[in-house]
Design a protein around this ligand. Structure first.
Ligand SMILES: N[C@@H](CCC(=O)N[C@@H](CS)C(=O)NCC(=O)O)C(=O)O
Length: 252
């Protein structure tokens, strides 16, 4: 018999962090929670590097089926672990080896290798860089816009309104926090009507709605109402820790 789960999530209020809390809530799983404070560089402390040697959130520990502890890092890998182990009825996944299983993997890897890193850089150049570098801003905002167009094309021909087949899956969940923070990256959804509908279709799911507010309130959707000046004010504290992390890396 499988050992009982003992899930512990280490996270912060970011697009990558909420992927895991939204999935845990979709699956109705209970979990312990530790909030990682970037301003205190908790993600670089030795105890945390034992869990994620990459020093980033999200990370997750559990008691594995053999009764020993297991640690997981990289949000995509954590999501695959959780559905493989805890979604036997395929609420947000498909049976291993099915056509849809591989299609979900394609979108999940697309998000992990494309949407997340490109929009992450759009955020960096738009909000966190100490100077405005037009080339970097344009490069990453345009790439984010291109990737939104890829999602738009897929969603506009989807009967279910989700990326793969007839249900919401970890592919959708992995993209949600990124698309939700489009204002922060300086990219509009006006030219992507199917993507905009999908964004709010996802929020109407109780698990997504609950999980997006972990470990604190999710404010990305409210940013539409903020002026550029307010957005700049909001960027100040994050910019400080981003610049500190970069300075620490440069010293090594
Ligand atoms: N590919 C990783 C990215 C993780 C990542 O970049 N996390 C950010 C927050 S979204 C982080 O922990 N930043 C802290 C730092 O860079 O020190 C994943 O999907 O888990």
């Amino acid at each position: 018999m499988a050992a009982r789960s003992d899930i512990h999530l280490y996270t912060a209020q970011t697009p990558n962090g909420i992927k895991v809390s939204m999935l845990l809530e979709e699956l109705g799983l209970t979990y312990k929670l530790t909030t990682i404070e970037f301003s205190k560089q908790t993600q670089k402390e030795p105890w945390f590097l034992e869990i994620n040697p990459n020093g980033r959130i999200p990370a997750l520990t559990d008691t594995f089926t053999d009764g020993s502890p297991i640690r997981l890092f990289e949000s995509g890998s954590i999501m695959q672990y959780l559905v493989n182990r805890y979604d036997p009825n395929h609420k947000v996944s498909y049976p291993h080896g099915s056509r849809e299983y591989y299609e979900v993997n394609s979108w999940l890897f697309w998000q992990m290798g494309g949407l997340g890193p490109m929009q992450g850089q759009a955020n960096h150049f738009t909000r966190y860089a100490p100077e405005k570098i037009e080339y970097g801003i344009n490069r990453y905002q345009n790439e984010t816009r291109r990737l939104y167009g890829v999602m738009e094309a897929q969603l506009s021909k989807s009967e279910s309104g989700y990326l793969v087949g007839d249900r919401c899956t970890i592919a959708d969940i992995s993209c949600w926090g990124w698309v939700a923070s489009h204002h922060w990256a300086g990219v509009s959804l006006d030219e992507f009507p199917s993507l905009n509908s999908w964004l709010f279709r996802m929020v109407s799911r109780p698990g997504i709605e609950k999980g997006r507010h972990v470990p604190s309130r999710h404010g990305a959707l409210d940013m539409k109402n903020l002026s550029e000046e307010d957005l700049e004010k909001a960027a100040v504290s994050s910019r400080a820790w981003v610049q500190q992390t970069m300075a620490d890396i440069a010293k090594k």
